[in-house]
Design a protein around this ligand. Structure first.
Ligand SMILES: O=P(O)(O)OP(=O)(O)OP(=O)(O)OC[C@H]1O[C@@H](n2cnc3c(O)ncnc32)[C@H](O)[C@@H]1O
Ligand SMILES: [Mg+2]
Length: 197
């Protein structure tokens, strides 16, 4: 079976990639699956693209094979685009999903329904030894709920209501999230590269 390394230590993301790639008969291995220690790549970029490139290129350089990375986040209009590229560490360096969700809910407390628009963004980078890095970007439009509900997914899923739905992303079955998500929309654009693997 073909394999692809995903430069992520996020279990929720890793599981979604495993599900997408298994449909193509490719095994997706995250950094959590590799039985040697790889560094935490510092995400010092100012854009999703810069951070995705940092993660894919550093791990590609160490492993000497193609590596895919994902830099993603939640962009909220009423918060001028925050948490954006800081989504993972919005409430602090310990990357606590529940604390991040709570911080957003508090900041959005007095924002009326029609101003709660937001989108998930996913930038994928594929770094290959000796070649230029490829980027693909996907979005999922929606709005911010007034409380957290649902047990599926990860991150901000419990407070994100995708357009066309009345439930949060965390209330959707994983298969359903994976049909409409920002990650799915970015991965769909990888088709040509996947078939050239
Ligand atoms: O950098 P890696 O190791 O991949 O893992 P990370 O969790 O730090 O990932 P990012 O730097 O890309 O930060 C993205 C954050 O945005 C949020 N996020 C991204 N995709 C999401 C999704 O599908 N559903 C809910 N929240 C998501 C979630 O809080 C992530 O921690
Ligand atoms: Mg990160």
């Amino acid at each position: 079976m073909k394999q692809i390394v995903i430069a992520t230590k996020n279990k929720g993301k890793a599981n979604e990639f495993k599900s997408f790639f298994s449909k193509e008969n490719i095994e997706a291995l995250s950094l959590l699956d590799l039985n040697f220690e790889l560094p935490d790549v510092e995400e010092t970029g100012q854009t999703f693209e810069e951070n995705a490139a940092l993660k894919a290129e550093e791990i590609c350089h160490l492993l000497k094979k193609p590596v895919l990375s994902d830099d993603s986040g939640l962009v909220i209009d009423a918060l001028n685009g925050r948490p954006g590229i800081y989504s993972a560490r919005y409430a602090g360096e310990e990357k606590d999903d529940k604390a991040n969700v709570q911080k957003v809910l508090e900041e959005m407390e007095n924002v009326p329904e029609n101003q709660r628009t937001a989108r998930f963004v996913c930038v994928l980078a594929i770094a290959r030894p000796g070649e230029n890095t490829i980027f693909k970007k996907g979005f999922c439009e929606g709005k911010i709920a007034t409380s957290a509900t649902g047990e599926y997914g990860f991150g901000y899923d419990p407070i994100f209501i995708p357009d066309g739905y009345s439930r949060t992303m965390a209330e959707l079955q994983p298969d359903e999230k994976n049909r409409i998500s920002h990650r799915k929309n970015a991965i769909d654009q990888l088709e040509e590269w996947i078939h050239s693997m």
